[in-house]
Write a protein of this length. Structure first.
Length: 186
C-alpha cells in the first residue's frame, strides 16, 4: 500500500538509490525526507532540500523510524532445501515494485520469462528475464537486485539470475487487469 508521511529526519547516515538515475548517494543523518511509497519492503522518499526521489532499502528502514522484518518466503525462515513451488517464486516477484509506480513488477508486465533449472548438487536455479517501462531508466539494476534477493528466499531455490532485457520493448498493453485497476486505467 502506498503511503505518505510527514517530513522526518534520518536517524543515521544511509546509502540510498537516486531515482531514476540508479546512482547511489549518501544521505546524512538528519536529512529531512518524506516517504511517498512504502511497498515490498522498500521505501521511496523525497529529500526535502533537493526535491529528489530516492529508494531506501529495507535494511535501512530504521533510519526512517520504521521496522522491517527480514525477508521470508510464505512467513517461514528462508531455506534452500525442499521442493520448489513456482507459485512461490511468482509471489515473491509480486513483492517487487518500481519505486515510482505503486504496482508490482509482475502486474506491470515487466517479467518476460521465468525458468527453473534443477541443479546437479540439489536445489534450483531460477532465471528471470525482465524489462523496464523505459529504456533510459537507471533503476534496472536496483529492481533486478531486489527481485533476485527475494527469489533467493523461496524454499528450493539455491541460485537466482535476473537479467534486464529490452526485446521486445515494454508497452502499457502488458499491464495486468489488476495493475490497470490500481493505476486507474479501467
Amino acid at each position: 500500500m502506498s503511503t505518505a508521511s510527514p517530513v522526518i529526519g534520518l536517524t543515521r547516515d544511509i546509502e540510498a538509490i537516486q531515482i531514476p538515475s540508479g546512482l547511489t548517494k549518501k544521505l546524512p543523518k538528519g536529512t529531512p525526507v518524506m516517504i511517498t511509497q512504502a511497498l515490498g519492503g522498500t521505501y521511496t522518499v523525497v529529500v526535502e532540500h533537493s526535491a529528489g526521489l530516492f529508494r531506501v532499502l529495507a535494511s535501512d528502514a530504521d533510519a526512517l523510524g520504521k521496522t522491517h522484518a527480514p525477508e521470508v518466503a510464505n512467513g517461514a525462515a528462508p531455506k534452500t532445501d525442499g521442493p520448489l513451488n513456482e507459485d512461490d517464486v511468482w509471489a515473491q516477484l509480486k513483492t517487487c515494485y518500481d519505486p515510482e509506480i505503486p504496482v508490482n513488477i509482475v502486474d506491470l508486465g515487466l517479467i518476460y520469462s521465468l525458468e527453473i533449472k534443477p541443479q546437479e548438487g540439489g536445489g534450483n536455479l531460477v532465471e528471470v528475464k525482465m524489462t523496464l517501462t523505459a529504456p533510459g531508466c537507471g533503476m534496472g539494476p536496483s529492481i533486478a537486485s531486489d527481485a533476485q534477493r527475494k527469489i533467493l528466499t523461496v524454499p528450493g531455490v539455491t541460485d537466482a539470475q535476473v537479467d534486464v532485457v529490452w526485446d521486445p520493448p515494454w508497452s502499457a498493453e502488458r499491464i495486468s487487469q489488476e495493475g490497470k485497476s490500481k493505476l486507474g486505467m479501467i
